[in-house]
Design a protein around this ligand. Structure first.
Ligand code: ZN
Length: 228
């Protein structure tokens, strides 16, 4: 049993790495967005509360988010551990999580921070665009259409679109918000000796390899790997 938190800015590849860990180690990824959607569709009291805020276009309050996450943790059937993604976001949530896990004789074994320089993230995110007709994804630097006239590889359309949220200014705004939010959180876990930083600018395979090393270094990792 190993419980970890995955921290990283948008575009750092958290989702990809979480998926690899699920496959390799049988961990269960719990992302805040998925948990909220699942709670809403389960229709529990907590889920209905969350829904009322989401329907009104409001931010779901701290305590409701905490309740949704804890309900999801309680609803887990057997798993070799969890990967939290997008939660906790604040020190208050981290403290509540520690308390909750202690009640279950469990704990956060480690926090993995996937680090990517802001300018790299802007390049990764702002370079994305999709075919307006078939939805095929492209990138200015990493995946241009291979056709001579630049039309879509899949459907031949010349019509492409970019998400407003992916504009460089918007990406920088999101990154600033991320840094502001996570500095105290990283500090909280660093004081408890639980933080490992991974260079997210490496290839997906290399990042994955580093993740394995870091997981093995977390206390309790050994028993969960050999015992599971
Ligand atoms: Zn297309």
């Amino acid at each position: 049993m190993i419980n970890i938190i995955l921290l990283g800015p948008p575009g750092a590849g958290k989702g990809t790495q979480a998926k690899l860990l699920e496959e390799k180690l049988g961990l269960k990824q719990l992302s805040s967005g998925d948990m909220l959607r699942a709670a809403v569709s389960r229709g529990t009291a907590v889920g209905q509360k969350a829904k009322s805020y989401m329907d009104a276009g409001k931010l779901v309050p701290n305590q409701v988010v905490v309740d949704v996450v804890f309900e999801s943790i309680d609803a887990l059937s057997s798993s070799n551990g969890i990967i939290l993604d997008g939660f906790p976001r604040t020190v208050e949530q981290a403290e509540a999580l520690d308390k909750k896990l202690a009640e279950k004789n469990a704990r956060i074994d480690g926090v993995i921070v996937i680090k990517v320089r802001d300018e790299k993230l802007v390049e990764r995110i702002a370079g994305r665009y999709t075919c307006a007709k078939c939805g095929e994804g492209y990138h200015d630097s990493f995946k241009k259409p291979t056709t001579a006239d630049g039309s879509c590889d899949k459907c031949g359309s010349q019509d492409f679109k970019r998400r407003d949220d992916d504009r460089p200014e918007k990406v920088k705004e999101r990154l600033n918000a991320y840094h502001k939010q996570t500095v105290p959180l990283i500090d909280y876990y660093e004081k408890r000796g639980k933080v490992a930083v991974i260079d997210g600018e490496l290839s997906i395979e290399d990042v994955s390899h580093k993740m394995d090393e870091v997981l093995a270094s977390f206390e309790g990792a050994e028993s969960s790997v050999t015992g599971g």
